[in-house]
Ligand binder design. Structure first.
Ligand code: SF4
Ligand code: SF4
Length: 391
């Protein structure tokens, strides 16, 4: 068994360029994470910041599965970059958030289903997402124009007078179900790469709580994470919450409306005080504020935090979510006006583009990170294989 002195010595040598030993690693990105974690394992200053460091201390070596697990456990909060005495310009060049971000996207690509579509992660950018949404909206406008319903008041403000309910379901359900299936199969591959053992009820409860509260965006001390500099801020956590819960409320609104339609036979449009409308309005406003805040923070992010190559994918995700929420709210405001059909086409185009890019864009981070947090909640309850101390 290696002592900490031996680890320190090895980390110093690693930082000076000796190739990472003993590791069946896939590529340069995984090797870089293994290198910085060897240094962190000797230092351990950041142990209280997030789940990555306690999980790291249960290992002395980092193979590919370990690196993928730890990379997805990282929330990219930036705390360990701003606290690190070995961060650039130090010769050790320890930048944990960037190294983790570069491996995370490799995890998505490698586990993507179907595998050839994994390449879309590298192409998914703001221009592509907006062009896709605009193209789909234009296609729907042309379809509405053919039936003469593109401009003018729709009877009772009903969307189904513009696109019949059956047409909407046949267009959207397959894309949505494909997205869910692709994400589920991808995350199953990630889970099987390093299965942590059976999940107990306390582990599931803890992981669910950590996901829903975004626990590790509090910096480990409750004052928040870092964004533009070494000052702590809770803004990222709050805007993430507004985005996440806004999205969930919009999803709940659609689910309730579906139950109304199929179980109770109540067709849209619903009254402003109905449950689907209340959920949708609250969710839409929350989603707009949350995504606007995330965009603002993203543009101000410290240049060393995260992977600059993934910024276009991040912004594409934020922009599509904002467009979905804004066009959805505009639909309510423009009900009864001649612009309803055009607005509906823009909204449906944005929703379809969001569904289509969901399994091959930033949305994946929530799913993979949730799985990594559950892995960690299971692993921490198992005896440490190192047997250095009681866990
Ligand atoms: S990030 Fe830096 S300060 Fe933190 S544990 Fe690693 S080497 Fe130490
Ligand atoms: S960036 Fe934040 S979440 Fe990621 S390893 Fe560092 S402290 Fe943990």
């Amino acid at each position: 068994m290696q002592s900490l002195e031996a680890l320190t010595r090895e980390a110093t040598e690693l930082a000076q360029g000796r190739p990472a030993p003993h590791l069946p690693l896939a590529g340069a990105e995984e090797a870089e994470v293994a290198r910085v974690l060897q240094i962190c394992n000797a230092c351990r200053y950041c142990e209280g910041f997030c789940a990555v460091f306690p999980a790291m201390t249960r290992r002395l070596q980092f193979d590919k599965a370990d690196v993928h697990f730890l990379a997805n456990l990282c929330h990219q909060c930036g705390a360990c970059l701003h606290a690190c005495q070995y961060a650039p310009p130090h010769e050790f060049g320890v930048n944990v958030p960037r190294a983790m971000a570069q491996v995370r996207v490799r995890t998505y690509v490698e586990h993507a289903w179907p595998a050839p579509l994994g390449r879309l992660y590298q192409r998914n950018g703001l221009a592509l997402a907006l062009a896709l949404a605009a193209g789909l909206a234009l296609f729907l406008m042309l379809a509405a124009a053919r039936t003469g319903s593109l401009w003018g008041p729709a009877p009772e403000g009903s969307f189904y007078a513009i696109f019949p309910h059956g047409t909407m379901v046949s267009l959207f359900a397959p894309v949505f179900l494909f997205a869910v299936l692709a994400l589920a199969l991808g995350v199953r591959r990630f889970w099987r790469e390093s299965p942590p053992g059976p999940a107990s009820a306390p582990a599931v409860t803890e992981a669910t709580h950590n996901v829903l509260s975004l626990r590790y965006l509090d910096g480990g001390h409750g004052q928040g994470c870092n964004n533009a500099d070494d000052a702590f801020t809770l803004a990222r956590r709050r805007f993430h919450h507004l985005t996440f819960y806004g999205f969930m409320l919009c999803f709940a609104a659609t689910s309730v409306a579906t139950l109304y339609h199929y179980l109770l036979g109540w067709s849209a449009p619903y009254a402003p005080t109905s449950l689907p409308k209340l959920l949708g309005t609250t969710g839409g406003v929350s989603l707009m504020v949350g995504t606007a805040g995330l965009w603002w923070l993203n543009r101000r992010r410290h240049p060393l935090q995260g992977d600059p190559a993934q910024r276009p994918m991040d912004l594409a995700f934020i922009a599509l979510l904002f467009l979905v929420a804004a066009s959805g709210l505009a639909l309510m405001l423009l009900k009864g006006t001649p612009a309803l059909a055009v607005t509906l086409c823009i909204h449906l185009g944005a929703v379809m583009a969001f569904f289509a890019t969901m399994p091959y864009g930033k949305f994946a981070h929530g799913v993979y990170r949730g799985a990594a947090l559950l892995k960690w909640s299971i692993e921490k309850r198992a005896p440490s294989k190192l047997k250095l101390a009681d866990d």
